[in-house]
Design a binder for this molecule. Structure first.
Ligand code: CA
Length: 715
């Protein structure tokens, strides 16, 4: 608990003003009962959230998740006067992905390891902090960093999904835990990184783990008691156990083999939206587990409800409709990306639509009442399909894209044409602002696949990832990675404008009625663009790559723009060499701006580490090759491709523990498991661990030499 200092609710402030006018003292401690209005969010307030202009009441601001604010005090004419009002250090080197809530002057936001903060939204003063104390070793189950994307509010409570699968209700006023419920089987590698949503007194929460071998589902819990109300599984289980619903019995006909033994996947790890008029909850369903359909469901099949948008009744979890974006997915093409609802005039008719830019690269417009396909076009580079057939709503695949016989260099890759980074929609410009990605990746069959704990089980060869040793070849592969802010016209299904960024992994977006789009970038800038043209109007040096989406809110008549600035997520962890050095500085902070403010961030003091002397390399070429393969299988998803760290976890090339004994103590002895580095003793022999060590030493020698050559050329 920090420095508890509650802002007065408006009604109390008015009473005090009247008392002051009557000669009463103006400074009075607020009586306890009058502070109980913290997070006073109910059904009516959430349904009318768009008109509640000063607040940001839920993850996507409104149930339709448009992330568009009607506030105009900060606008395209004056945004040049924007300055830093306050900042709050998040004290983490890990991924920062959360969208804050702001409710009546209080900001509730999360950070890595599922830590929750309540802050005075005007000053940044810490009101309280809640740390669910997730065991650090659980981080090994998180495919994509120990991130958390945000909290939800309802009736004086803040709801938090913890990385280890707990759903926790916290008193919004005091930060004390009210209840918690384990939403997952703790013997299975489930994680929660997504924000809960609340409707009709129920807290909806999904989970992740489809890289690790789990079965996906979404659950609803009673907001007051924490009791589970319903659970909807997204993929069928073992038919011998009977099916939970008739829809799963039907879905099982689209699967082959013994998918249930390897999880099946289909986790609901991010997107949800709610239409209170239709009373439909929309969920986005993830990739197959493993990715490779040849292993997961030999002989093919659509594998419902993988990569689908599913509409459910929020009271019961009853299935209403689904639309599958990638039948028989085999590329990690989740449909967990941002689901956004809007009413659009299409061919002279107002249609209630649902929009999504899932990983597969197509921008979809669907009828959200029925799930009927309206249109889809490619918003990102793609070479796995040519188009979506408007008759069937199915993608038309390119021969060979399923990499059955040979390697296919595919774009989008598992990073997606768009990932979890939120989009936004400006009803006035009619444009959707997409943080889009072009990252190709090679897919091929994994010759010796077997389900393993604690590592990615993709069923594709991990050996496609390591970089070539040749510097020029590496630079050429870096040049293939691109990222851009795409302003997409959903009616015309085409791009209106784009801003090309320096790296592929940029921030989510915020749209405002001030004709502005805000976005942070991989190269550590926080930028305001004109919403109608894409012209850059204002930018600040954020001292860190930004991946989260900004918000805007108002306190005491002043508009603020806020962003949880920090690097991370799956690209930051795994992409290593491809990460720009300026992205991963650990200067992770909440940055909050208003007009006329001029606070400065302390200067960033980053000293490039000295290349260490390498221990003697005694291993044979065969051992080095074995070490490279083992590293790719077990280590690269956190420590980075080819042993180059993306900056969030230690760079092994610089490790002081490269001696044989130290290395074995960590890798097999679990010496650093409290810090999150688990023991791999059940997965490899001492000789195999040593082969990895030799490979890392080889990489150190190569990169140290390349750095020396480069610096001699400069001299
Ligand atoms: Ca995935």
């Amino acid at each position: 608990m920090g420095n508890v200092k509650w802002r007065q609710p408006l009604a109390t402030a008015m009473v005090l003003a009247v008392l002051a006018a009557c000669g009463q003292p103006t400074e009075q401690p607020a009586p306890a009962e009058e502070t109980s209005a913290a997070a006073a969010v109910d059904a009516e307030r959430l349904v009318n959230a768009d008109a509640d202009m000063g607040n940001w009441l839920s993850y996507g601001r409104t149930y339709d998740e448009q992330r568009h604010s009607p506030l105009t005090q900060i606008n395209a004419d004056n945004v040049g006067d924007l300055g830093l009002a306050w900042s709050f250090d998040l004290n983490t080197t890990r991924g920062v992905e959360a969208t804050p809530l702001v409710i009546d002057g209080v900001m509730y936001t999360t950070s890595s390891w599922s830590v929750l903060y309540a802050l005075d939204a005007k000053t940044g003063d810490l009101l309280w902090e809640y740390d669910p104390e997730v065991p650090k070793a659980w981080g090994a189950n998180a495919c994509c960093d120990v991130v958390n994307r945000g909290a939800a509010a309802w009736n004086g409570k803040i709801f938090l999904g913890a990385l280890d699968g707990r759903l926790i209700a916290i008193d919004a006023k005091t930060g004390e835990k009210l209840w918690e419920n384990q939403t997952t089987d703790p013997t299975q590698p489930y994680t929660i990184t997504g924000a809960p949503r609340v409707m009709k007194g129920k807290v909806i929460i999904g989970n992740g783990g489809a890289e690790m071998g789990v079965r996906g589902y979404v659950s609803a819990y009673d907001a007051e008691t924490g009791e589970m109300a319903w659970r909807f599984y997204t993929v069928p289980g073992n038919p011998a156990d009977g099916f939970e619903t008739r829809e799963l019995e039907e879905a099982a006909k689209t699967w082959n083999g013994e998918w249930w033994a390897i999880g099946g996947g289909g986790t609901v790890w991010d997107a949800m939206a709610y239409d209170p008029v239709l009373d439909l909850l929309y969920i986005g369903v993830g990739n197959g587990s493993p990715w490779n359909q040849e292993i997961r469901s030999p002989g093919g099949g659509d594998n419902l409800f993988l990569s689908s948008i599913v509409a459910l009744r929020p009271d019961t979890g009853e299935y209403v409709w689904h639309y599958q974006t990638t039948p028989g997915e085999t590329w990690d093409y989740t449909a967990t990306q941002h689901i956004m609802l809007a009413d659009l005039d299409i061919d002279g008719e107002t249609r209630k639509v649902l929009m999504q830019a899932p990983k597969n690269g197509f921008f979809y417009v669907l009828d959200r009442e029925t799930g009927a396909f309206i249109s889809a076009e490619a918003y990102a580079e793609m070479n796995w399909a040519t188009h979506v057939d408007p008759e069937t709503g199915r993608p038309v695949e390119v021969p060979g894209a399923r990499y059955r016989e040979s390697t296919h260099l595919t774009v989008p890759s598992g990073y997606g044409g768009h990932n979890w980074h939120p989009m936004s929609f400006n009803p006035k410009t009619g444009l959707v602002y997409i943080p889009a990605i072009d990252i190709p990746a090679a897919f091929s069959q994994d010759a010796d696949w077997g389900l393993r704990k604690m590592i990615w089980n993709t069923g594709t060869s991990a050996l496609d990832a390591p970089l070539p040793n040749d510097t020029a070849a590496r630079e050429a592969s870096r040049a293939l990675l691109k990222g851009q802010l795409v302003a997409w016209d959903p009616l015309q299904q085409k791009e209106a404008w784009r801003v090309q960024h320096k790296g592929p992994w940029n921030g989510g977006t915020l749209s405002t009625a001030g004709n502005l789009v805000f976005q942070g970038t991989a190269n550590s800038r926080f930028v305001a663009y004109r919403a109608d043209t894409g012209d850059e109007l204002w930018a600040m040096e954020a001292q860190t790559g930004i991946v989260a989406a900004p918000i805007t809110y108002e306190v005491d008549g002043e508009q603020y723009v806020a962003v949880n600035a920090g690097w991370g997520g799956v690209f930051g962890l795994a992409a290593g060499f491809y990460v720009q050095p300026e992205s991963a500085t650990s200067a992770n902070r909440i940055l909050v701006f208003k007009l006329g403010a001029d606070k400065q961030l302390p200067p960033l003091d980053i000293v490039a580490p000295e290349w260490p002397e390498a221990p003697e390399l005694t291993a044979s070429a065969d051992v080095l090759e074995q070490g490279k393969a083992l590293y790719a299988q077990y280590c690269q998803y956190c420590h980075g491709v080819s042993a180059v760290s993306g900056g969030m976890v230690p760079d092994l090339r610089f490790s002081a523990m490269l001696g044989q004994e130290d290395w074995q103590d960590i890798l097999l002895g679990g010496l650093l498991s409290d810090a999150g580095m688990i023991s791999f003793k059940d997965m490899m022999t001492p000789n195999e661990a040593d082969a990895i060590r030799h490979y890392v030493i080889e990489r150190l020698i190569q990169d140290r030499k390349a750095a020396q050559v480069a610096s001699e050329m400069e001299d």
